[in-house]
Ligand binder design. Structure first.
Ligand SMILES: NC(=O)c1ccc[n+]([C@@H]2O[C@H](COP(=O)([O-])OP(=O)(O)OC[C@H]3O[C@@H](n4cnc5c(N)ncnc54)[C@H](OP(=O)(O)O)[C@@H]3O)[C@@H](O)[C@H]2O)c1
Length: 271
């Protein structure tokens, strides 16, 4: 455990599963206090209890839909005094819906992705960032994606939403110049969470197939030497395979933006 994160207040959106939940565990191990938010309150309650019991950290659960601007503003402005300064904001809540050509896309799916991945992230950031700027201290971490750097077939609107996250992170860095508030983004490749199940509306078989396809394309490409790259690229691709094997995304914070993982990424969605 490093002392750096001990007693810091960390706000994580989308903490009820997958990467957000894994990050909550990782921060709790470091002794950070955790504000955990998502729509599924019972999951958040279970997690806050278990992190408190296991790591002795302070926790506070919030039922929050990041698409609801009024609720975001109300929730942030009425936090109990112990939680009214956020040291680290992890903007993780996000989702994909569907994997179809744009001409066949469901408009309600597009709206849900844009409302959550882009507007929701902005609402939460807008509510929390002024406090960080006023204290001249804080760290915003945005959960992007390799899809925010590289398109894949049928990924159209999800990719667009993650490109927006990339732009927001870069723009925010410029806007915060001269302050001590930092901005980072984490851009994972495919991680086996509930993400694909949500994308395919509960179709577990299709979700598992998407993950298998990604892993097998990556492995085949590496074996055949189709993927060429420098040592750093090879290391990143090994990291991707490692993540794939680990499957449960316990430390899903690897950045996957090497050329080789990008190629596998595109190819797997083309299969
Ligand atoms: N898994 C991947 O392959 C992958 C790759 C790159 C990037 N990412 C990104 O990583 C982030 C986390 O995804 P994951 O893989 O951990 O998927 P996940 O297991 O489905 O988790 C998504 C989280 O977001 C929350 N969420 C969704 N809509 C929300 C809303 N309107 N308001 C509040 N919370 C909401 C969900 O909670 P509730 O449903 O309880 O609200 C859940 O906690 C997302 O931003 C995703 O785009 C994932």
């Amino acid at each position: 455990m490093s002392e750096q994160l001990k007693n810091k207040n960390v706000f994580i959106t989308g903490a009820s599963s997958g990467i957000g939940e894994a990050c909550a565990v990782a921060f709790a191990r470091e002794g950070a206090n955790l504000l955990l938010a998502a729509r599924r309150k019972e999951r958040i309650d279970g997690l806050t209890r278990s992190l408190k019991d296991s790591y002795g950290v302070a926790t506070h659960g919030l039922e929050l839909d990041v698409r609801d601007r009024d609720a975001v503003e109300r929730t942030v402005s009425s936090l109990p005094p112990a939680w009214d300064h956020i040291d680290i904001l992890l903007n993780n809540a996000g989702l994909s819906r569907g994997l179809v050509k744009l001409q066949a896309g469901e408009i309600r799916d597009w709206e849900e992705m844009i409302d959550t991945n882009v507007k929701g992230l902005l609402y939460v950031t807008r509510a929390i960032l002024p406090g960080m700027v006023a204290r001249n201290s804080g760290h915003v971490i945005n959960m992007g994606s390799i899809a925010g750097h590289e398109l894949y077939p049928n990924g159209n609107v999800y990719c667009a939403s993650k490109y927006a996250v990339t732009a927001i992170s870069q723009g925010l860095r410029m806007d915060l110049l001269g302050t001590n508030v930092r901005v980072s983004s984490v851009d994972p490749g495919l991680v086996q969470t509930e993400f694909s199940e949500v994308r395919f509306r509960g179709d577990k078989t299709r979700a598992a197939e998407a993950f298998r396809s990604y892993c097998s394309v990556l492995a085949r490409a590496a074996k055949k030497g189709v993927i060429k790259g420098n040592n750093a690229d090879r290391r990143k691709s090994r990291a991707m395979l490692f993540l794939a094997r680990e499957a449960k995304a316990h430390h899903a914070s690897a950045t996957a933006s090497s050329n080789c993982s990008r190629k596998a990424w595109r190819a797997s969605f083309s299969c």
